[in-house]
Design a binder for this molecule. Structure first.
Ligand SMILES: NC(=O)c1ccc[n+]([C@@H]2O[C@H](COP(=O)([O-])OP(=O)(O)OC[C@H]3O[C@@H](n4cnc5c(N)ncnc54)[C@H](O)[C@@H]3O)[C@@H](O)[C@H]2O)c1
Length: 382
């Protein structure tokens, strides 16, 4: 099946690697063909095409998405473009592989879900952390009763890449291009993990902070938006949150907390969660992604304590047989391979993959409710 990817930078590269190399590791009834890459910068787009073996390149996503020879559209662009690109792809009957956060608003999210359902296409939202082997093992442990009755979810997702006040006002820092700040960028991953491991959220209470409210405009070529009238040409206002906290009640009675920030020096990609239940506990840290910390109340009392499991053993999750022997670690890019293989198998079997556009819409419901709570100071029920 012919793939068109839109976006050539961080995610453009990560996805190109996955489309190219996944069939070398996994048996796939339908193999992806790297057909065309679309970007805004002709030289960079052509360079990505040549480096990763995309057969063609273009700067016109609307023309590419309408092409009858394209079967799959991969959207790896800033968040404000997800809606128009996904709706157009669905209307042309393409299967859709889409980056997170799902959309800049719940209204957009609902329209994207409706367009995909009407078209009957396979959709995937790339919350790649669901497909980390240790996270798969956490899910298996919960399903097998290791944690028992679930009591608590605690997540923090921390990074530090915008602590410097001279970091420019890129698309990530504007409401109209990003939707939310850390709340959407990092919080969407945490909400997706919580929905996967714990269940649906029933009510939230939130708060947010802005630490740097004005930033220099990006240099030529870096901007993905224009400064509005009345704005300085040198700097502009940050219009998204820098950090957010919210507490949550889940449908199943679990009490949870979500904490995200891009102002946590030393935390590079600290996607961390703790789960506590009647029989035991699970702790995951994305910076040590091959490991899971567990505690079991069913261990003999004299031997109780947190222990570390290396998630590279057969039987721990479905993907391990396709990689290396136990103890030979895998990394960030493998999450994308796992997304690609599950997505292609969903197309092949006429099935589905999760998270899909329904999950993207549910994720936006939680994020929107938490932001509404932060604004009005009240608990918001979903
Ligand atoms: N899953 C993850 O771990 C992860 C990590 C980082 C980013 N993301 C998400 O991936 C998406 C892209 O992020 P990024 O960091 O790669 O962004 P980026 O700013 O580095 O790159 C954006 C790309 O989109 C292209 N683009 C912008 N406007 C376009 C248009 N009109 N037509 C065609 N191409 C256009 C640009 O040319 C560029 O190649 C975002 O939604 C982001 O939240 C996900």
């Amino acid at each position: 099946m012919n793939v068109a990817i839109i976006g050539t930078k961080f995610m453009g590269k990560a996805h190109s690697n996955a489309w190219l190399n996944t069939p070398h590791f996994f048996d796939m009834g339908i193999r992806p063909v790297l057909k065309v890459v679309v970007g805004t910068d002709p030289a960079g787009t052509q360079a990505l095409a040549e480096n990763w073996g995309w057969q063609e390149w273009s700067t016109d996503w609307r023309e590419v998405v309408a092409r009858p020879d394209i079967d799959i559209v991969d959207i790896a662009t800033p968040t404000y473009l997800h809606h128009d690109m996904a709706v157009a792809a669905a209307e042309h009957g393409k299967h859709i592989f889409l980056e997170k956060p799902f959309a800049v608003s719940l209204e957009q999210a609902r329209a994207m879900l409706a367009a995909a359902e009407k078209a009957g296409v396979v959709t995937y939202v790339n919350h790649n952390y669901r497909r980390v082997p240790a996270v798969r093992l956490a899910k298996k442990l919960i399903d097998d009763g290791f944690v028992g009755r679930l009591f608590h979810w605690r997540s923090t997702y921390l990074q530090d890449w915008i602590v410097d006040p001279s970091f420019p006002l890129t698309w990530h820092l504007r409401r109209e291009t990003a939707g939310y700040g850390a709340h959407g960028d990092l919080g969407s991953h945490s909400v997706d993990l919580a929905r996967y491991l714990i269940g649906d959220v029933a009510a939230v209470t939130g708060m947010t902070a802005n630490f740097i409210t004005e930033r220099p405009l990006p240099g030529a070529g870096a901007a993905t938006f224009s400064a509005g009238s009345g704005e300085s040409t040198e700097s502009g206002p940050v219009t998204v949150d820098d950090a957010s906290f919210f507490i949550a009640e889940f449908d199943n009675g679990v009490l949870g907390s979500f904490e995200v920030s891009r102002f946590a020096p030393g935390r590079k990609n600290y996607n961390y969660f703790e789960i506590y239940g009647s029989e035991g506990s699970i702790v995951f840290n994305g910076e040590r992604m091959n490991e899971l910390q567990v505690f079991s109340r069913n261990d003999p009392a004299y031997a109780q304590g947190f222990r570390t499991i290396l998630a590279t053993e057969a039987g721990q999750h479905d993907y391990i047989a396709n990689w290396w022997p136990p103890g030979h670690l895998i990394g960030y890019e493998h999450e994308f391979h796992h997304g690609v293989v599950d997505f292609m198998r969903a197309i092949e079997t006429g099935g589905t993959i999760e998270p899909n556009f329904y999950d993207g819409m549910k994720e936006m419901e939680v994020l929107d409710a938490a932001m509404a709570s932060a604004r009005n100071g009240q608990k918001v029920s979903l």
